[in-house]
Write a protein that binds this ligand. Sequence first.
Ligand code: GDP
Length: 205
Amino acid sequence: MNPLYRQTAFLTSAAKLSQTPPDTGFEVAFAGRSNAGKSSAINALCDQKTLARTSKTPGRTQLLNFFAVDEQRRIVDLPGYGYAKVAEDIKREWQGSLAAYLEGRDCLRGLMLVMDIRHPLKDYDLQMLHWANTISLPVHGLLTKADKLKKGPAGSTLLKVRAAMQKISPTFSAQTFSSLKRTGIDDAHAKLDEWLAFDDTAQAL
Ligand code: GDP
C-alpha cells in the first residue's frame, strides 16, 4: 500500500462549487447511496478509523468533502443519495452543483461507485453510471459488504454487475470489497493509484 493513503487528511468541505480547492492535480470521487458503506470504504482504503464520517459529523454535511492524499492528490466524498436531514430544496440545489462538479472538474480522474453487494445498481447508481458515461468519466464499482454473501453468490453478483456496467461503457470496471474483512483493498488501491497517477517513484517514498 502506498504510505501516502495512511497520511490522507481532511482538507475542506464545500457547500457550493466556489468553495472547492483549486482545480489542479488529481482527484478521485466516491459516490454511493446512503449506508452503502462509502465512509467505511474510504476509511479502509486510507487505513484510518474516522477519516470519512460525512453524514455523521456536524459541519461536514456539505456538498463535497475533500481529503488530501498529498498536495496534488485528493479523494472527494460526494453526498450519498438518501442523506438524512437535508431539505428538499437543498437536495435539488446539490444535484445541480454535483452535476456541474462532475462535468466541469478538470482534475477529476475517476469515480468510485460504492454499492452494497446485496443491493447493487439501484436508480441512483444507474443515474451516476449513465451520467459518467455521458461525460466520459471512468467508473470503478466497489461492491461493498462482500462479507455478507458467500463466495459463490458474491462472485456471480460481481459478474452480473460488471456486465451491466460494461454495457453502459466498456471502460467501466468493478470488484468486490469488504471494509470489515479488509478484502479487495489491494485491487481498489491499484485503481486509485492509476487514477491519482502514482508511479513506482511515489510508492518508494
Ligand atoms: P455510508 O453511509 O455509505 O458512508 O456507509 P457507512 O460506511 O457508514 O456504513 C453503513 C453501515 O454498513 C455501517 O453500519 C457499517 O458498519 C456497515 N458496513 C460498512 N462496510 C461494511 C462491510 O464491508 N461489511 C459489513 N458487514 N458491514 C459494513
